[in-house]
Design a protein around this ligand. Structure first.
Ligand SMILES: NC(=O)c1ccc[n+]([C@@H]2O[C@H](COP(=O)([O-])OP(=O)(O)OC[C@H]3O[C@@H](n4cnc5c(N)ncnc54)[C@H](OP(=O)(O)O)[C@@H]3O)[C@@H](O)[C@H]2O)c1
Length: 312
């Protein structure tokens, strides 16, 4: 029996991964802070939802007992240095220690394109620094725990029917006559959520291959600037009579003021200063790194998929 413990399984990517894991014959446990967050997946056969605090190491270690594999999708996009360290780095430390106690044989971590465990200190944002430091935790665990196979997948920005990316840009264009856009020329290589989910399932099924952490960069076929993506979201959703709203690229000083104001508003900001810092480096694949092709997956292009879900 293949048993997997999926932290963050209730989220946007996690729900797609859980669906594909069920199809591949896995029994799944998903811890969640609130049971209602897992409403979208609790109907899946062979999936158990556990309401618990994953940051409580003793509880986490107990809950992971009996699982041969662990997948970590927990992440935050906004917060201060302490929140990023707790959610990304300290949680990775707790997970790797719990893997050792429970004799877990496989750990897969969803990281992010741009993370680099060898250069955690010099990454441009809290998000990328903490994602890099979390990968460094896994590198150390992989070296110290002979029985633990560790894989890291690093996706670019992920699109799909329930994303908080193309959908947000479409909604903004339904409301506002023009879009003042920070980081308009930042480049991304958006990847479809179903391709990411399929990749995770394939990584879990790979035979062991040597020591060290195996890394996969997951990207789609097209490199697009943020302004192109926002324009596509407007056009596909029919905003501005199907032409999309005019986009006004902001200089960095104005972008930081805009992000600061957004951070003060209630709820998750559309863009934070830390997001702007992340966009200082292009979010595109590194030449020569293994990715979807090596996992036998042909990545879907954004246009037909996003046109379908934004046009509904
Ligand atoms: N979406 C993208 O475009 C994108 C791009 C690159 C990389 N990634 C990576 O892919 C992974 C999944 O992303 P996603 O978009 O699916 O994220 P998401 O929808 O926000 O889901 C994240 C999950 O993490 C859990 N979580 C969030 N904050 C937590 C906290 N403070 N403590 C404990 N659990 C917490 C939540 O579970 P409960 O609410 O059930 O507790 C939630 O289900 C992340 O590692 C992210 O960095 C995403």
């Amino acid at each position: 029996m293949k048993n997997i413990f999926v932290l963050g399984g209730s989220g946007f990517v996690g729900a797609h991964v859980c669906e594909q894991l069920v199809r591949a014959g896995w029994q799944i446990t998903v811890p969640t802070r609130r049971r209602r967050h897992a409403q979208g997946i609790q109907h899946l056969p062979g999936l158990t939802v556990l309401e618990m605090d994953v940051h409580d190491e003793a509880a986490l270690t107990r809950a992971m007992s009996g699982h041969s594999a662990v997948l970590n999708l927990v992440a935050i996009l906004h917060g201060d240095a302490t929140a990023f360290a707790r959610t990304h780095v300290q949680l990775a430390e707790k997970i790797t220690r719990a893997c050792a106690v429970n004799g877990v044989s496989q750990l897969v971590q969803i990281s992010a394109l741009g993370a680099d465990p060898a250069r955690a200190e010099t990454a441009p944002s809290h998000y990328l620094r903490s994602k890099s430091a979390a990968e460094a935790v896994l590198v150390r665990a992989s070296a110290a725990q002979a029985g633990l196979r560790v894989s890291v997948v690093r996706p670019s920005v992920i699109f799909g029917a329930n994303d908080q990316f193309m959908n947000v840009f479409a909604k903004l264009q339904a409301i506002f006559p023009f879009i003042p856009l920070a980081g308009a020329d930042a480049r991304f290589q958006p990847v479809w959520v179903c391709d990411v989910a399929q990749a995770v399932v394939r990584v879990l099924d790979l035979p062991p291959a040597g020591s060290g952490v195996r890394i996969w960069e997951l990207v789609g076929p097209d490199v697009l600037r943020l302004r192109d993506l926002v324009h596509m979201a407007g056009v596909f959703s029919g905003a501005g009579g199907g032409k999309g709203r005019p986009i006004v690229g902001l200089p960095m000083w104005a972008a930081r003021i805009q992000a600061f104001v957004m951070e003060l508003a209630p709820g998750a900001p559309v863009m934070s200063r830390d997001n702007l810092d992340s966009m200082r480096v292009d979010n595109v694949a590194t030449p020569g790194m293994p990715g979807l092709a090596e996992l036998g997956i042909t990545p879907a292009a954004l246009e037909p998929v996003a046109r379908a879900y934004l046009g509904r």
